[in-house]
Each structure stands twice: as C-alpha cells, then as structure tokens.
Design a protein around this ligand. Sequence first.
Ligand SMILES: [Zn+2]
Ligand SMILES: [Zn+2]
Length: 581
Amino acid sequence: MSEFSTEIDYDVLDDQRQIIDNNSIGFGYILMCLERRLIQEQDVDVINKDPKQRNLERQLADEMYDHLMTILDDHRILSEETLDFASPADTLDASSYESDSQLSSADDWEPELEASSNAGRENLTSEQHKTVCNYIREHPKHSWKALQSRFSFLRQHSDSLYYRLRLVAKDNSRETRLEKLSVLYETLWEQFESSRGRFETVSDHDLAQWAMVIAQDLDLNGFKASASFLYRWKIKYRVCSRKVTKFVSHRNILSREQKALEAQNLGRKIQAIVQAENIAHKNIFNADQTGIPYEISSNRTLSHRGERSTFGHVQSINSTKHSFTAMLLISADGKLADKTLLCLQEIGGRFGPSVERGLYRPPNVSLTCTRSGLFTDSTYKWWVDTILSNHIKHDQKCLFIADSWAPHKNAENYRIFADNDENFKFEIIPPQTTSICQPLDVYFNRQLKNLDRLITHPLRTKYGQQYSVFQRNTAIRIMSLIQFTLSAPIFEPMIRYSFLKSGLVAMEREEFKSSNQVCRVQSVAKCYNFACDERVDMRCSWCANSYCILCMLGLGSEGLHMDYCEIYQDRCSLRPMDVDD
Ligand SMILES: [Zn+2]
Ligand SMILES: [Zn+2]
C-alpha cells in the first residue's frame, strides 16, 4: 500500500466494500473528486468538507488518487521518436486527414490534399488540374455545370472541387508555391531514405533542418518546418511518429553498479558463512523454478487436430495452452537433485480423474499442477517436504540459497527442518541480482534450455504430428530426459562452474563441457538401438552412444533411455544418483 498519509480508514472501507455492489457507487462523484484534486489541485480537506456527498465515494476517490500518485511516482514514461516505416496494416485512411488539411496556414498548405484527393474521389491528373485551372482563369464566370459539360472527367466530382479549383486559379503564385512544396516533400523523402539506408537515426529535428535547407534552395519564402508540417509529411510517407516505448518503474531499478555491489556483498556473506560453519560443497544448494520454453504455436496444433484423434491421447484444445514450470535443485559439488518437480497448468488446479490415470510418471520427475502452471506457496512447501528434504542431512550443516520469491523467504515453508535448526540455514538472493549471482541463472539454466532445444527440435521436425510437445505426457518425458541427461557425471564440472561463476562459493576453476558439446550429434548414422531404424538425434550423456530422439524419450520400440541408461549401469555397477558419498 502507498506510504501517503491520508485520512482514509481502510478498515471501514474494507467493511463497506463487502456490502456494496458496484451499481450503488457514484462513479461520477469519484471522478469529480479526482478531477478536483488532480487538475484543480484542490486540497483533500476542501473536498472532504463537502457535506452533500457520501463518505464512501470520497474515500474511494482518495484511495484512487493515492494509487495514481504512487504509480506516477514510481514510473516514468519513456517515449521516443522512431522514424520507421509503418507496416501497411497501420496505414491510415487518407480521408480521415482531410479535415486536417483544411487547417491550412501559409506553409501548412501542402500537396497532401491534392495527393490524397487524387487517390480518392477527385481523381485529377496534374495535367487535367492545370488545364481546368487555366480554363477557369480565362472564363471566371463559367459555372460548375458548364465546366462539367466541357471536361467530362469532372463529371464524377462534387462542386467542392469547383471552389477549390477556383481558389487555385485565382492565385497563380499559390500554384507555384504548391509545386515547390511538392518538390520539397519529395526531396525530403529522398534525403530521409538515403539516411535510413545508412542506418542512421533520424529525429524530428533532423527532418526540420533538412526541410529548411531544401526550402531555402527552392526559394520558398516564409517556410517554417513546423510540427504540423512534419506530422503531415510523416503521414504522407507513412513514417511512424512518436511512440511510447516503455513504461518503466524507476523507483525499484537498481543500477548496474548497485546490483554488482549487492551481488558482491552476498557472495562475501555466503563465503563467510561457508567458511565459519565449515559447510561442505555437497551441502550448499540452489533452487529455482524455471519455465520450460515450449513455444505455443496454436496454428500448428490446430492443424493437427484431426490427426490427434487417431492416437490415444485425445485432448481438449485447452491442453495446447499448457505451460510448465520445473523446480530445479543443484548443489555446489556439481549434482542435480534426484528429482525435479514439474508443475503443469490444469483447469481448476487439479488433474481430472482420466488425466490422472493417463499421466506418465517417470521415476525422476514429480508431478503437480496449479491453475497457472506456476508454483504457489503450497506447491513450494510440498517440494521442500518431498524433494529438498531428501538432500538435507540432519547431522550435517546445510545451506540453501534461493531468490527473493515470497515462498522462498517464508520460514514456515522450512518447518520440516525445525528440529534441525542448528544445521539448516537458508539465504535469500536480493531482488534483481539473480542474473549475476544465482548459480542456476548464471549458467545452468542456459544449458538446460539448450538441451531442451536439442530434444524438442527433432521431435517437432521429424515427429511433430505424432508426439506434440504440447501433450502433457510428452512434456513430462522431455523433462525426465533433461533431468536424466544433466544428472550425468560429465556435467558435474558444469554445475560446479555455475556456482563458481555466481561468486557465492569459492572454488577452483576446472575444465567442463556444455550440454551442446556433450549431447549434440552431427551425423546421419543409425540409432544405437539395434532394433531401431531411425537416424541419430542426440548423444546419451551417460554412455556416449547416440540415439534417435524417440529412443531417448522412451517413445520408440526400445524405450530405455529417458531415465535409465543400461549401458552405463553395466559399465560401472554403482547407481550414479546415489548422492551420498
Ligand atoms: Zn546411455
Ligand atoms: Zn532409436
């Protein structure tokens, strides 16, 4: 709420809010109060002394006023002059500017009128225009009817053109001025285009300067490159004018230096804690939720609607809009948690019974859902209880680091570790600094997204019709494969590097491989699965053999590679995800 000190009793207001319905509120009076304060700058007390009006409207007006002031205080509007070509869709109806063109003062009278008329009803060529004008000059008494019988091309026009033609004919010098202006328009356009061709930024000021120079060359006396001239010119050549490009909050934006400083302080603080408490790297954790970037391309999905029904997964159209969020947990010794919690978006925040039955549940992915597909306080608590708790050892000092998202900060959510108060600590990364000091953000998540692309690309291009990435179970399989892939020992140095780069944990720099280096294959060989005929798409980060994406996702005939690599298991008999050393 705002920090403004006003006389509003919010408790009373809240009480009233419950019993009033919108129809009984006098919005007119609210607006009037706002107007009196905002525009007439009257004092709140003056308005509040008005005995005729109900208290409620006044209070609502006061509240709105405060909100408005807070918003205006917090934000500034950044606008800039962008002189780009407008898309044809933005092209304004020329006729709607006709009334503008009639506001003609000396140099505002420009060929615009002629040009737009030519495009519309009054289709005179400049030749015709000249001929008629000359005729009118020689026969000033001839009526519009007489003109029309003489020049057949005038017959489709109304007599408004007659008056305008007479005006032009009467003023010879005006016609030459008109021609000069027309030249000015075109010359300015050429200059603008050549400048844009060199990718220079053109401002209104530049345009005005050029126009003045050109006008001088043309002996256009008294020409002022006025704002309205520039406006008309831009309309004519479909050049965009002022746009509000950003509406930004300035109160809460930290400068780059401030962010670096905050991040540095956090790094120092955490390194000090780690040293003082002697916390092992395997017990330093970072968790965050990340949206899995499934592009929602509705055309594509719709075009496959017919084919869908031939497969088992009959889904509502709504399912094409699902989004997914994953809660990831990494530790400073380079391990990814044994499980990732995937949060799906479901109507009503629950899986329907048939959905529930059909859900694919791989061992390395836990599933939950919310209305939004984003984590909530309760889903977060569930994650702490079921996944984080598996990694927090009661007899060892542990440090959990997360960003300033409210549920992360809520100590209540860590109640499960209450008996372990001595050993369990959590630290919050200050807002706006996660991109420089959160291990997941500084490196790991990029690897995850690259891997996601590596998986979804062949799936879309080769099997898009059968295995849409929008289907719940396909999404779950992809998450499972990502989790499985990034858990491989080969990625441990990469995860350690994420912590190193964040500056939160001091450690030696070591060689590491990125997900593309490990998993991308450039080969047209056949899938390593003997029974499979597909070409390879991806290398297994465990056994280093290459498989097609269907085999990797367990969708092929030999679905073995999504959460378990038999070959690797045979090679070294220990179960790799046993994090306990
Ligand atoms: Zn493998
Ligand atoms: Zn295969």
